[in-house]
Design a binder for this molecule. Structure first.
Ligand SMILES: Nc1ncnc2c1ncn2[C@@H]1O[C@H](COP(=O)(O)OP(=O)(O)O)[C@@H](O)[C@H]1O
Ligand SMILES: [Mg+2]
Length: 409
């Protein structure tokens, strides 16, 4: 007999009465979460992969590069799950320049980076905001700043009933708690996150994510803030010494299963099924992190050697090369600024790296003005969909009806 996962309460959507779902507080109960069954080996594998990632983190030339790149990749992919068309190249280009024609898609991803960076800083500050509804609201405010879906409710818990599914009430698949129950449900979640429940932190982060998605406390941005919460919890609980584990790419590869597993927790109380799915994603994410770190380290050391041997290499060019991992797209003014160099030196350094085949002009609107370390960006994304492959159909599905995705595949 499946466990009870919550209660239903009638609520109104577009003049129709439907049942809103109020999840029971965590942890799963009656029976408690079974971590001895099929989940056990998955937890071990995930932990072993994390240990490999920890070691890889110690071997890389600079941990800051990786955190820089990984955070942007996470922001991009988590946003891609929700249908963004932006690419990493767009994001780096946007960060390197003061573009006035900010496409919404790119701004969304940059906002995600800002939200994650903000939250990480708060958690690192002795008197910063702890992981809490308040922190997530602050992150949400930053995520929604100036983009579609932003409104006066950005940064606060919703005051209206929402639902998951298509646009019209006919395609409702799941109705989260009524607005008057959201604050309490979030408060319960906060309490459990900070409780001394001895459950493994990896598993705990996964359970917290489901609960957050089920409460769906915001009008929009729940998927992204919920995945950001995973990154924060893993960092906060010290799963790794350095924040190198990001899970969105693994989730995206199994996007249909992701939605199914979330839904099955509510419909069947299948917390074990979710946990198995989540731990597999953790393992994939950790292995991916190792692969990317290895690829990037090799690329940078080879390119650096090659550059040093190049007849026309200059000190400026080498200095520029050394900052590229944290600025994979540069413009002449940015280089001038970062290297505290003259305009001719900046231009010359860029030209040397162009000659060496390290920098090339970006393909965006800034043709001939912005330069990208393309191999680096490619290695960062690896086999992930770094290109604009999501068709417009994908985009519509992602935004308005996740289940439709399954049907169209
Ligand atoms: N059946 C479900 N139960 C709970 N959460 C779900 C379910 N299906 C999808 N979700 C979550 O809802 C998110 C989408 O919510 P939304 O507020 O639009 O977030 P965003 O704007 O970041 O896309 C998905 O990414 C997923 O995390
Ligand atoms: Mg959305």
């Amino acid at each position: 007999m499946p466990r009870t996962t919550g209660t239903y309460r009638p609520t109104a959507i577009a003049g129709r009465t439907v049942d809103a779902f109020l999840p029971a507080p965590l942890p799963p109960a009656n029976p408690p979460l079974d971590l001895a069954g099929p989940v056990a080996p998955l937890l071990q594998e995930a932990q072993a992969a994390i240990e490999r990632l920890r070691l890889a983190g110690q071997l890389v030339p600079s941990i800051d590069w990786f955190i820089y790149g990984f955070v942007r990749k996470e922001a991009l992919i988590s946003s891609q799950i929700e249908g963004t068309q932006a690419t990493l190249e767009d994001v780096f280009e946007f960060e390197a320049t003061e573009r006035s024609d900010r496409p919404d898609d790119v701004e969304e991803v940059c906002n995600y980076v800002a939200a994650l960076t903000y939250a990480r800083r708060e958690l690192a500050r002795p008197k910063g905001v702890p992981i809490s509804t308040r922190l997530l609201c602050e992150a949400h405010k930053r995520l929604m700043r100036g983009v579609r879906g932003a409104n006066k409710d950005s940064g606060s818990l919703r005051k209206v009933q929402n639902w998951i599914g298509g646009r019209g009430p006919d395609s409702i698949r799941f109705v989260p708690p009524p607005p008057d129950a959201v604050a309490d449900a979030m408060h319960e979640l906060d309490r459990w996150i900070h409780s001394d429940d001895p459950i493994d932190p990896l598993v705990k982060a996964g359970l917290a994510h489901v609960q957050f998605e089920t409460i769906h406390p915001f009008l929009d941005g729940n998927g992204r803030i919920g995945r950001l919460l995973i990154a924060l919890l893993l960092e906060h609980w010290g799963v790794l010494d350095e924040p190198l584990l990001y899970i969105s790419a693994a989730i995206r590869r199994e996007q249909a299963a992701y939605y199914e597993r979330l839904a099955a927790v509510r419909t069947d109380g299948d917390w074990e099924g979710w946990t198995a799915f989540f731990l597999r994603c953790v393992r994939v994410a950790a292995d991916d992190g190792v692969a990317v770190a290895t690829r990037l380290s090799a690329l940078v050391s080879e390119d650096r050697k090659r550059l040093a041997r190049l007849p026309g290499a200059t000190l400026g060019a080498v200095q520029l090369f050394d900052i590229l991992p944290e600025h994979p797209v540069v413009t002449a003014p940015l280089v001038q600024d970062l290297l505290k160099a003259s305009a001719p030196t900046a231009r010359r350094s860029i030209a040397v790296l162009q000659n060496a085949g390290i920098l090339s002009v970006t393909t965006g609107k800034l043709r001939d003005r912005a330069f990208i370390y393309r191999e680096y960006v490619k290695s960062l994304t690896g086999d992930d969909r770094s290109e604009r492959v999501a068709s417009s159909m994908d985009r519509v599905n992602a935004r308005f009806g996740q289940a439709m995705k399954r049907l169209s595949e």
